[in-house]
Design a protein around this ligand. Structure first.
Ligand SMILES: OC[C@H]1O[C@H](O[C@H]2O[C@H](CO)[C@@H](O)[C@H](O)[C@H]2O)[C@H](O)[C@@H](O)[C@@H]1O
Length: 598
């Protein structure tokens, strides 16, 4: 059985990713990209679907983990009655070879360590051919070839390859697992110690560029490292999470593939990176965006593949039993064909903030994109849509979508004004006023609370964004009433759910946990609303939900006290970063609402 979600740590080479459990098992690995078919998939099935275990044999009395500071180089230290060993794991940031490297270091006594390797390409479905050649073992299946290089000889044992090795204090034992296209020659292996050293230095140099200080400087830096780990370096695209189908409800069907670039998630990530001083990543993402959405405005999608691919067909993998029995396991994501009007506002807001921060040109392609998006929005903003939560029920006039349509018109107007560009600004102003008036008339109920969809009564946590995007001043009575209603009626144990399933037809069975980003939005809304102490208390509580290496999944199960959903998820780490920056700036003083508040 897979570990609990919070027991995993992320490895990334900024092109693909792996999850390592506290038990020393890599249960998820995709090569050559985040969205490639995985070659270790025990996470979503059993050990027979592929994994790589390195752990002490027998009793382990204590396990401690940490990333080397500022890096995604993981150290897992296991204490046993016979002594202490440390396993250092990382994915070297690529120059030539795609690899996972693992080094066992003997720290005390003599510890016998077991190694179990099950390579199962194509999402745990294919048993590869295995060939031995000296200190290398080669696993080949279809397009994939993996080569294990190690002084330790693994022997076949049924469906797996196994070995035991005894490591004494001061000794090291190395393993390198490299991937290459099976039609190409095997790449030469590298010195594992050198790979770990170079990878550590690469991440340290990256982290040193962070300009964030403040009370929560360390946790912000750690979350920015995770966001960098979810960035697809060759194109600048940013994936929403490293995994597919980690369930929003244990045993349920709410299992989705997040290894793609949502414009929404990626724009939030971009803003967090800019705030952290990472303008290179912002420039790369902006270029990715311009390429991805290039073409006819009515063909703009809400999400793309890491290189800007448009076809992301959703399918189920019936041979996988799912994380703790949560089926179906899905790859691809049907949300790519949805209409989500909020995306226009998120993209235009992010582009405007990036431009204001000096990231990229303000005219040329960027201005052409702004105009094209506003033209398209002008055509569609009056239509019902699928909304920020990508519901699979009937389309509706989601209030949040209309608020974000207002944001889109507003930022386009500001763009023209701030950068002295010509455009149909008067028409955009009229549309901005029209949508504002309509939202206040149909998106607010008799209590003065913003509601999920026009003329309805259901609450929705996305409406915490009303003051954050500057739609109304943070001290407006309707904002205060909405914050209170969400805090009191849309929360479990003080943490916020997106909406109540019983009031929202999302087209799916079952329920889900609390959505961590929404709880971070509550922190921000409270702080803007002048309730800084309450905001800080909630923020500190959310920080305590991070796992031992600082990672957050999409959701939290307040009843079971465990993480739910894909992992680690950019949304949650973005929320963590944005809150720290806002709380640091606030310290109790209100700033006039304007561009996205932070
Ligand atoms: O709840 C149903 C939907 O769940 C996923 O969407 C969520 O994740 C996205 C990526 O982080 C995020 O952009 C969106 O706001 C979330 O609701 C899933 O990807 C959808 O296919 C599904 O309908």
């Amino acid at each position: 059985m897979a570990s609990r979600i919070e027991d995993y740590a992320l490895l990334s080479d900024t092109e693909s990713a792996a999850l390592v459990g506290r038990d020393g098992s890599i249960d998820w690995l995709t090569f050559p990209r985040f969205d490639s078919p995985s070659c270790f998939t025990a996470l979503l099935g059993t050990a027979a679907n592929g994994r790589w275990l390195i752990a002490p044999r027998g009793e382990v009395t204590e396990v401690r983990r940490r990333y080397r500071p500022g890096t995604l180089v993981l150290e897992t230290t296991s204490h046993t009655p016979d002594g202490v060993v440390r396993v250092v794991d990382c994915m070297p940031v690529r120059d030539q070879t795609l690899q996972v490297v693992r080094r066992i270091e003997g720290l005390e006594g003599r510890v016998t360590v077991q190694v179990e390797l099950v390579v199962r390409p194509d999402y745990g479905s294919i048993v590869p051919w295995v060939r031995r050649d000296g200190d290398q073992q080669r696993f080949v299946a279809g397009p994939d070839a993996l080569v294990l290089t190690s002084p330790v000889r693994l022997e076949p044992d049924g469906w797996r390859h196994v070995a035991e090795v005894t490591v004494a204090e001061g000794e090291t034992v190395d393993f390198e697992l490299a991937w290459h296209p099976s039609n190409e020659p095997t790449p030469s292996s590298e010195d594992v110690g050198e790979s770990i050293r170079r990878t550590t230095e690469w991440w340290e140099r990256w982290s040193e560029r962070c300009t964030t200080a403040g009370r929560w400087g360390e946790v912000v830096r750690s979350s920015l490292t995770v966001l960098k780990g979810l960035t697809y370096a060759p194109t600048g695209g940013i994936v929403a999470a490293a995994t597919t189908s980690l369930p929003e409800e244990l045993g349920g069907e709410r299992n989705w593939d997040y290894r793609y670039c949502w414009l929404r998630d990626a724009t939030f990530t971009l803003l967090a990176l800019i705030e952290g001083g990472y303008t290179d990543e912002a420039v790369a993402w902006r270029r990715w965006l311009l390429r991805a959405v290039a073409g006819r405005p009515d063909q703009v999608q809400i999400m793309y593949g890491p290189a800007g691919e448009r076809r992301l067909p959703e399918m189920e993998l019936p041979w996988l039993s799912g994380y703790e029995g949560s089926t179906p396991v899905r790859i691809g994501n049907a949300a790519h064909g949805q209409l989500q009007i909020d995306v226009f506002g998120e993209v235009l807001d992010a582009l405007h903030q990036a431009a204001a921060a000096g990231v990229g040109d303000t005219d040329g392609d960027a201005w052409a994109l702004v105009r094209a998006l506003v033209d398209r929005l002008t055509e569609v903003w009056r239509e019902p849509d699928d909304g920020i939560w990508e519901v699979r029920g009937e389309r509706r006039h989601f209030t949040h979508s209309k608020v974000m349509a207002w944001v889109a018109f507003d930022r386009a107007i500001r763009w023209a004004e701030d950068f002295g560009l010509d455009g149909p600004v008067d028409r955009w102003r009229a549309l901005r006023d029209e949508v504002h008036a309509e939202v206040l008339e149909r998106g607010v109920d008799r209590r003065g609370v913003f509601v999920q969809s026009y003329d309805g009564t259901a609450l929705d946590a996305s409406l915490l964004l009303v003051p954050l995007v500057g739609f109304l001043p943070p001290e407006d009575a309707r904002v205060t009433a909405t914050i209170d209603a969400i805090r009191d009626e849309l929360s479990e144990d003080g943490l916020v759910v997106r909406y109540r399933q019983e009031h929202t037809d999302d087209g799916l069975a079952g329920e889900e946990g609390v959505f961590l980003l929404c709880s971070f939005w509550l922190v921000q809304a409270l702080a803007l609303n002048g309730r800084v102490e309450e905001a800080e208390a909630l923020y500190e509580r959310l920080l305590r939900l991070r796992n031992d290496v600082g990672l957050l999944a999409e959701e939290w199960d307040p009843h079971e006290g465990r993480m739910l959903g894909n992992f680690p998820q950019a949304f949650s780490h973005i929320g963590l970063v944005e809150c720290a920056m806002l709380l640091d700036k606030r310290g109790g003083t209100a700033r006039a609402a304007g561009s996205r508040e932070r």
